[in-house]
Write a protein that binds this ligand. Structure first.
Ligand SMILES: Cc1cc2nc3c(=O)[nH]c(=O)nc-3n(C[C@H](O)[C@H](O)[C@H](O)COP(=O)(O)O)c2cc1C
Length: 369
């Protein structure tokens, strides 16, 4: 570690002092295999081992049963789930860490088998996704990658209900001891689906104009911030992203300038940018990145293919304040000390990302062991 390292310098995020600029990126691991779909003791250990991160952002947490898109993803909408997360946050705090809950609605990236009544997915419109969801095989109860089912379009009243679910989940997150929440506005899930002009054919206040297509992001941000305090709320966006059968936004400079400007007015504490192409977020000359940095003046978190050198370069260039790292955290529980000491990063096994119980979850050793 060079003496000019910014990566290992502290950062003030609202009421929190992060000891370094490394965030653990949100990563779904599908380990909640119990009937309550609540966090398990295995998850308590997994998150506790990673408490050296400046900030942990939890795996995507469905805000309701309807919000689910993958098997075994622990929610935050029942008392058992809140109790399960409480054990996780207590362990992270005991180990000296900080953790935000990522609040998630999958929208059309989903399958009826994830719900007892087989309720189909919902979305801004009835347009189906050409993509897969980790559904449940009804006969065996086992997870199986399955084509997403066609959604039904949410009514306007139901959209208001979804906003209420985010507010309730945020309140539950605080009750469970999380330090804050990150609204999942990225990656082709419900909020991103509403933003997308190719998917959103609505005629109500949530469709048509740019302002209307971004209204779901902003209503949720505003109401969640009012409920738990804007200094405890971040949001994730994936400009130009194509995951989950999305097409890049036709006017990204206009769309994201509007969103970033309005999110700034609401006072959210951070904007988390995930560049799925791992390109523009590494380029300090990127017009998109420069515009977002200038428009959103609270903390900017960057994600997508960062290692220690790329993180230092982005921080030194002033492109962002925090760097979120994903896959290396899966296979290196002690990632922060490895990066600090320049120790080799162990490879991850993508076969056990979403399946595997203990295997591929708690059996990656720390360097010092
Ligand atoms: C196993 C796995 C699960 C993920 N789950 C989520 C998720 O729940 N929410 C989310 O916003 N991104 C999710 N992502 C994306 C990561 O947060 C991150 O953006 C991505 O891995 C790129 O960062 P990296 O190059 O450092 O791995 C996931 C990625 C992986 C590999």
């Amino acid at each position: 570690m060079s003496s000019s390292s910014k990566l290992f310098s502290p950062f003030t995020l609202g009421a929190l002092t992060l000891p370094n600029r490394i965030a653990m990126a949100p990563m779904t691991r599908c380990r909640a295999t119990n009937p309550a779909i609540a966090p398990t003791p295995m998850m308590v250990e997994y998150y506790g081992l990673r408490a050296d991160a400046g900030l942990i952002v939890s795996e995507g947490i469905p805000v309701s049963r309807q919000a689910r898109g993958y098997a075994f993803t622990p929610g935050l909408y029942s008392a058992e789930q809140v109790a399960g997360w409480q054990a996780v946050t207590q362990e992270v705090h005991k180990q000296g860490g900080r953790i935000f809950a990522q609040l998630w609605h999958c929208g059309r990236i989903s399958h009826g088998s994830l719900r007892d009544d087989n309720a189909p997915p919902v979305g801004p419109s009835t347009l189906p996704a050409n993509g897969k969801s980790l559904a449940l095989d009804r006969a065996t109860g086992q997870p199986a990658l399955t084509q997403c089912e066609a959604p039904r379009a949410l009514t306007t009243a139901e959209v208001k209900g979804v906003i209420g679910e985010f507010v309730q989940a945020a309140q539950n997150a605080i009750a469970a001891g999380f330090d804050g929440v990150e609204i999942h506005g990225a990656n082709g899930y419900l909020l991103d689906q509403f933003r997308c002009p190719y998917l959103n054919d609505r005629r109500d206040e949530y469709g048509g104009s740019l302002e209307n297509r971004c209204r779901l992001h902003l209503d949720i941000a505003r109401e969640v911030a009012a409920a738990v305090g804007p200094e405890r709320v971040g949001i994730r966006l994936s400009p130009l992203g194509q995951a989950n059968d999305m097409k890049p936004d036709p006017e990204p400079m206009t769309t994201y300038a509007y969103l970033a400007g309005e999110l700034q007015k609401i006072g959210l504490i951070y904007l988390h940018l995930y560049d799925q192409s791992m390109s523009w977020v590494h380029d300090p000359a990127s017009e998109l990145l420069k515009m977002l940095r200038a428009t959103f003046t609270h903390a900017l978190m960057l994600c997508g293919g960062f290692d220690a050198a790329k993180s230092e370069a982005a921080l030194a260039a002033g492109s962002g304040d925090l760097i979120a790292i994903g896959k290396p955290f899966i296979s290196n529980p002690d990632l922060v000390s490895r990066l600090r000491q320049g120790v080799e990063i162990a490879p991850w096994d993508s076969k056990t990302f979403y399946l595997g119980g203990h295997s591929g979850y708690l059996d990656y050793p720390t360097f010092s062991v």
